[in-house]
Design a protein around this ligand. Sequence first.
Ligand code: AMP
Length: 217
Amino acid sequence: MARNIILLGPPGAGKGTQAERLGRTYGVPKISTGDMLREAVAAGTPLGRVAREVMEAGRLVGDDVMVPIVEERLRRPDAAAGFVLDGFPRTVAQASALDRMLAGRGGVTVLQLVVPEETIVARLSGRRVCAACGANAAPGGHEATCGRCGGGFVQRADDGELVARERLRVHEAQTAPLVAYYRRRPGFTAVDGSQSPDAVERELRDAVAAGAPVPRR
Ligand code: AMP
């Protein structure tokens, strides 16, 4: 059975962490559009040049740019048995494009991480990520270097308080409506994302187990 999983939730809700865990559990790739864009920025590709300024301002890269990137990624063989999408879709236009891409590929499970805004702002402004591989540092900042690759920790360019607030505003305006788009589908579940990562992971796994995906509408 295909494990097609979409994670929804504001920036800082824990989508990246949980996407990685679920991907490992189900043996499917985590597909993070934010990671793909950051790699393009770091490599200085044409996409990176387009994306950099938009990302640093906390706004969204255009649907016309994002949809083909995801379409190409989902066509790769490692995503044939499923995937965990982190950060896509972010607009209703992206969600309906995704529906078209997934036609005939089995159902989707849509998991929403719900976290209060003040918790999010506190998390984002305290978040440190590895400059080399993007892994999150453990909250509290006790590790000096990344346990995965030995890189140093930095604040993400778009995690400063002002940009974080803009990302939340953009999320409310453009991404939050996706909950209404998906809510009535049988594969949709909302989970309290303010719990510990382990507790959130347990609830997400339960939701995946309970809602064997059903065909899209
Ligand atoms: P994230 O790591 O998911 O928080 O994404 C970081 C930034 O990348 C976002 O604030 C956007 O500027 C951009 N981005 C990531 N995914 C998308 C998407 N699906 N559509 C538009 N912009 C995106």
